[in-house]
Design a binder for this molecule. Structure first.
Ligand code: NAP
Length: 301
């Protein structure tokens, strides 16, 4: 099944392929693209644009290619150079979607958006998206990019992290901004299972003949305007993930999952910490947060 990207008239497969921490070569990606997940996500910082380029050979015309520019490259000259380098590594002439990987408060958004608009004018980028932007940052970014719409926001969303349901999801839906859900399997099924003490995913899986991963992905897809980009390292995982499209959980099944699986909404402090800490220092900051006594941690997050 497909969903419209923003209000562009372009339809994306609702299950794409993520490539962060992907090391399995072009073969599995290629099989996934051929099987219908003709939407692939990478980033200049992942080191996977090259392997995506290899997987795309001979398939370019039917695949939607999304990449991301890192925040340290948001100044116009670096943005331009970064896009040229991504195009070169991917072996293509136009990026279907260029996303700002995360906000960079140190660089005025107007500068970045003017440079992005020039890249669209020049035909190097088809559509502009963002990633990890809060609603207020999205609004500011859209005001700065007057000529073109921001068509997507790539954010974490899965059965056990439903932070975006606190307003960002609704904002995106109301403004026709596609939500590209990253880590839709919570970065590994074991994490989902840890939050499912009653084994509901397994139960439902036996009941409806879909795997736990397919159920977790379909739960995201049941939301209006949400597409998913799970990362699989094997052909088996990628094809299994493709098959989470083309059907829908029923409302009672969704209620069953919502009632049984423990999930979190990240609090303001956690979100602020993520926003203010440079990417490289985040694991340290988050570990420090985990070291706070449980009661205090609950209050601040
Ligand atoms: P994810 O897709 O939620 O989970 C990946 C994990 O799930 C891997 O360990 C994978 O194992 C496993 N898996 C995949 N398919 C499976 C299946 N059918 N059954 C059982 N296990 C399965 O995590 P993610 O990589 O964090 O997120 C996906 C993509 O989102 C990334 O690759 C990246 O493109 C994007 N992303 C973006 C941001 C951002 O800041 N914009 C941040 C994080 C991620 P194998 O590898 O062994 O198959």
């Amino acid at each position: 099944m497909v969903k419209e990207l923003g209000r562009t008239g372009v339809f994306l497969p609702e299950v794409g392929i993520g490539t962060w921490d992907y090391h399995a070569g072009p073969g599995p990606l290629r099989r996934g693209l051929q099987a219908g997940a003709a939407f692939i996500d990478t980033a200049e910082s992942y080191g996977t644009e090259g392997v995506v380029g290899e997987a795309l050979k001979g398939l370019r015309e039917r695949v939607f290619v999304a990449t991301k520019v890192s925040p340290e490259n948001f100044r116009p000259a670096r943005l331009q150079a970064s896009v040229d380098a991504s195009l070169r590594r991917l072996g293509i002439e136009t990026l279907d979607l260029l996303q700002l990987h995360q906000p960079n408060p140190a660089i005025p958004i107007q500068e970045t958006m003017d440079a992005l608009a020039s890249l669209v004018d020049a035909g190097k980028v088809r559509f502009v998206g963002v990633s990890n932007f809060a609603a207020a940052q999205l609004k500011a970014a859209q005001s700065a990019l007057r000529k073109y719409p921001i068509v997507s926001n790539q954010v974490r969303y899965n059965l056990i992290d439903r932070t975006i349901e606190h307003g960002l999801l609704q904002y995106c839906q109301a403004n026709h901004i596609t939500v590209i859900a990253y880590s839709p399997l919570a970065r590994g099924l074991h994490r989902l299972k840890d939050c499912d003490p009653g084994g509901i995913l397994e139960q439902l899986s036996h009941g409806i003949g879909k795997s736990p991963a397919q159920i977790a992905l379909n739960w995201c897809l049941c939301k209006e305007g949400v597409v998913v980009i799970p990362k699989g390292s094997s052909e088996e995982h990628i094809l299994e993930n493709c098959a989470s499209s083309d059907w829908r959980l029923t409302s009672p099944q969704i209620d069953f999952l919502n009632g049984a699986i423990q999930y979190r909404h990240r609090g303001h402090f956690d979100a602020l910490l993520r926003r203010l800490t440079p990417h490289s220092l985040r694991p340290v900051a988050l570990r420090a947060l985990q070291c706070l006594p449980r009661g205090l941690r609950r209050r601040v997050t």
